[in-house]
Write a protein of this length. Sequence first.
Length: 380
Amino acid sequence: MSRISLIIPGTMDKSIHGDALATYQRILHERGGADSVEIVLSERGAHGDEVVGQFPLVRIFEEGANHVSLLRKGLAAATGDVLLVLDPSRVYAPEALLQVLDSLRTSTADVVVGVPTAGGNETTVRGVRNKTLAILGRLALGTSDGLSGLAAIRRSAVRSLITDNPSISGSRILLDVLTWCSGRLLDVPVHTGRDDQRKLVPVRLDDVKQIKRVLDHRFGTFSRLVQFCLVGASGMFVDLSLYAILQWLFHRIGFESPSDVGEGFAWPLAVAGLLSILAALTWNFALNRRLTFSDSRAGSIPRQYLTYALGNALGIAVSLTLRLYLPGRFRFFSDHRLAAAVVGIVAATAISFSMSRWVVFIRHAEPAGDESTKETVMVR
């Protein structure tokens, strides 16, 4: 037997009535095998007397909070051994709560995700698309439905969460769970209501940020390395584009580089190259600070920029050295000079990434929650 906490992070746009809560409470108590059922409502504002019931009820109000903040407030307030998280914007049959609860109890999973049962012809274009997205979701996120609004969580999987900063942005409650749960995930087919609007809910920027956080959590340094390389590729485009534009501009205003070897130093070419490299370096720094290492932006920008530039300078020096050294020492690289260049690029990327990951963008301790946040907790 256990104590169950049903956590419902709502908003001003979506409320839940007392009769629905009573149904959830009754079915969990009678068929869920619980000693007691606690319902935790975490909302952005009160909905009057719509929520009523003769059962343990905790209500939390936090003005201006997002879904993720409300979820974490509810998790912090819950006292159950088993936690059920329900998104009120989705429509799940009451039996769906039992399905994820039973699966959590009979498995070794730390988080059980309620996935709508497949319907319709899976051979249609829509069916193939949904199946493909489910496979990609499982590979990337660990679950075939990252937008699910129903999950059962063991209390032991939540303890590490409570110390995190609850003010992090986001609107998908399951994606937030996936950013801190290091345990095993399990998908379980559940029944949804006919009015469930899962496919009509648009994916917003905050959702993309949450997906990035999940990927960083699941794949760690590899995820950030991929992002770092993508940023570097965009920086190369900036570098080459600006380099070509500056050469054209210098030509238009009469500052041309020597056309033949031995005619002197090509200072317009050098200036164009220097400016384009500086622009690409600044571009890469800004994107890496904003995206790749977005959780480490609390440090001094000038210090980070200078260290980032030095790290890249070291990488470039190593790359050029290997390009020149390897062909002169090894027959293979002498015959395949591009291979030596590739080795240099890989070494430079590894050095630049290591400097950025562990020297430039150092993650500082997260500040404590804002004590001035307006919050009211009522227990009935």
